[in-house]
Design a protein around this ligand. Structure first.
Ligand code: A3P
Length: 301
């Protein structure tokens, strides 16, 4: 536990911690004191829950469906990941400075839990889009991310155990989700899920338009569905994070295995990627979090 939470958060105070590498130390206070603007929009997620997908969608909605601009400027520049310098300290640019320089209205990304977000978020009340994903799929996706981006050499079993124990950056998972779940009816928050985006993308696009007081024509909606398809995003260099991966590889100064950020893009990837025993462990862990709250996984998707 660090400081008391700035808002009424879910659960007991003893649940409040967040695993972050030491490299976040110089970044966290700057993020916490970050200058929030009323018309900012924040995409907040636990890792690997469809952040990039929702970010590209929201950026287009906020920018009059300017597909040409979206294709020509990298998403990481159009929509900075605020605490990125904690994740990769040796990249030559400062994401907080970049966010400060950005013209309004800004779309900003964060994986931090509610208690560590810029504190002015809870007073200025800019809009927040929160994306949930089944943690069994998010854990699998995070495992591949760690192998590809960080050079992790451990087994899937070990990685999932660390995920369950909340020992990977930005975890524990469930408190992260539940804070936003309990705030979901506030006019500040739009809570959605990766599963909903997969099964009903047009509906999510229209809901986010409504949330941001934007309109969308049928032609724009068709264009969005095409642009945001897995196939198109996989090959879109402005949002498939390939350039970022290359610079991380260079910063790591060592060989890391080949990795596609826009990797598989399916629901239930855990089913053919995790051993049965590991799936059972994840199910028990979820049950322990949700049973007393009378919630189950379907409530979030
Ligand atoms: P997988 O590793 O399961 O394929 P984030 O952006 O939060 O890091 O999430 C990354 C996950 O979102 C990856 O999941 C990636 O493939 C998936 N993703 C990205 N774009 C997508 C799209 N257009 N359609 C479906 N899944 C997408």
């Amino acid at each position: 536990p660090t400081k008391p939470p700035p808002v009424q958060l879910w659960g007991e105070w003893k649940e409040r911690y967040c695993s972050l590498a030491n490299t976040f130390k110089p970044v966290l206070d700057r993020v916490h004191n970050f200058e929030v603007r009323d018309d900012d929009v924040y995409i907040v997620t636990s890792t690997k829950c469809g952040t990039t997908w929702a970010q590209e969608m929201t950026w287009l909605i906020m920018n009059d469906f300017d597909f040409d601009c979206a294709k020509s400027i990298d998403l990481t520049i159009r929509s900075p990941f605020i605490e990125f310098n904690g994740v990769v300290p040796n990249v030559p640019y400062d994401t907080i400075d970049a966010a400060n320089r950005l013209k309004s209205p800004r779309l900003l990304k964060s994986h931090l839990p509610a208690m560590l977000l810029p504190k002015a978020i809870w007073t200025k009340k800019p809009k927040i889009i929160y994306v949930f994903r089944n943690p069994k799929d998010a854990a699998v996706s995070y495992y591949h991310h760690w192998r590809g981006m960080v050079g992790y050499k451990g087994t899937k079993e070990d990685f999932v155990q660390s995920y369950i124990d909340g020992h990977v950056n930005f975890n524990p998972f469930w408190p992260h989700v539940l804070d936003f779940w309990y705030m979901r009816n506030s006019s500040q928050i739009f809570f959605t899920s990766y599963e909903r985006m997969k099964f009903n993308l047009p509906c999510v696009i229209q809901d986010i338009c409504r949330f941001l007081n934007k309109t969308i024509s049928d032609t724009q909606l068709d264009h969005m569905i095409d642009h945001l398809s897995f196939e198109k995003m996989k090959d879109n260099p402005a949002c498939n994070h390939v350039k970022e991966f290359e610079s991380m590889k260079a910063a790591a100064g060592r060989e890391v295995e080949e990795f596609r950020f826009v990797r598989r893009g399916i629901v239930n990837s855990h089913k053919d990627e995790l051993p049965k025993g590991v799936i059972n462990k994840l199910d028990e862990w979820t049950y322990e979090y949700l049973q007393d709250l009378n919630l189950n996984m379907d409530d979030f998707t």
